[in-house]
Design a protein around this ligand. Structure first.
Ligand SMILES: NC(=O)c1ccc[n+]([C@@H]2O[C@H](COP(=O)([O-])OP(=O)(O)OC[C@H]3O[C@@H](n4cnc5c(N)ncnc54)[C@H](O)[C@@H]3O)[C@@H](O)[C@H]2O)c1
Length: 271
């Protein structure tokens, strides 16, 4: 039940949401394949999971590199005898690679790098996981969207375009892979406290105002934590969600459920 004995490949698993998901899934009996550009933190986390009694390996992989992605899926299958779940989590925001974030100043290279990691990378991982997923009894792909898949934010042109794209890619893959029995779902987090948010805030002209904008719409008046996402990923991966397919699942403290900020409800956001 749950993710017990599932073999889960997680991209971008060295830190943040991917790391949180790897830890929770391993605690619940999954075999986890952590992959990332960041080998130092990824290897350390895989070792920590193993020393806590879990099953984990780390495989270095840039999701934009086709050879890396092919090698990742082969290594995952070699280690654990197959792949049941692909968690397309690796992602970047343009503020990580540039401070030029307006339409006038952002370079084509910045725009294309974000699309390449967040959207093309997820597609490549799905492509090369497919032969292994076809052999699984409980196969699924889980894609990291964002509330920016759905609504607008300042200084998020490339990120929002990539996340809108992955939301639609989810539906197209759910259709195309239905005959293979492979479910494909997407979740859309609000602000989850990780490095990507810290970088985004640091790059904002007024970080405090931006933080307010991000959390003052949460009906649960706090930032999310990686474990909040990990819980949903574990559910979407599990056989218990076998009738859930092609969904775009908001995981945003209720922010997209309404139009307003919580001060009008007499509430105050906590950090
Ligand atoms: N944190 C949030 O508030 C939030 C909200 C919505 C969606 N998300 C999405 O969740 C996912 C994880 O975000 P996070 O907050 O944990 O970010 P993070 O920056 O903490 O971690 C992202 C990880 O992806 C890795 N990565 C970056 N480029 C890569 C590449 N080319 N190949 C492989 N790995 C690569 C990084 O090395 C890092 O370990 C992303 O897709 C992000 O867009 C996050």
């Amino acid at each position: 039940m749950g993710v017990e004995n599932l073999r889960i490949v997680i991209t971008g698993a060295a830190v943040g949401i991917g790391a949180g998901t790897a830890k929770l899934a391993a605690q619940r009996g999954a075999s986890v394949v952590l992959s990332d550009l960041n080998s130092k933190d990824g290897e350390a986390l895989a070792a920590e999971i193993v020393s806590d009694g879990g099953r984990a390996i780390f495989v270095p992989c840039d999701v934009t590199n086709e050879d890396d992605v092919q090698a990742l899926m082969a290594a995952a299958s070699d280690a654990f005898g197959g792949i049941d779940v692909l968690h397309n989590n690796a992602g970047i925001h343009e503020s990580l690679i540039s401070s030029d974030l307006t339409l006038e100043t952002m370079t084509r290279e910045t725009f294309e790098r974000v699309i390449s990691v967040n959207l093309t990378g997820a597609w490549l991982c799905a492509k090369y996981a497919l032969p292994y997923l076809r052999k699984s009894d409980s196969p699924s792909i889980i894609n990291a969207g964002s509330t920016s898949s759905i609504t607008g934010y300042p200084q998020c042109q490339a990120y929002g375009a990539s996340k809108g794209g992955i939301m639609q890619l989810t539906k197209m893959l759910a259709v195309d892979l239905a005959a293979d029995g492979i479910r494909v779902n997407c979740y859309c987090p609000g602000a989850i406290h990780t490095q990507i948010v810290d970088n985004f805030l640091a790059a904002a002209p007024d970080p405090a105002a931006m933080l307010s904008t991000m959390t003052n719409t949460h009906l649960i008046p706090r930032m999310g934590q990686p474990v909040d996402v990990a819980e949903l990923v574990c559910f979407l991966a599990s056989p218990e969600s076998e009738f859930v397919n092609g969904v775009v699942w908001n995981l945003d403290g209720g922010s997209l459920a309404w139009r307003g900020t919580i001060d009008i409800l007499g509430m105050e956001a906590k950090s």
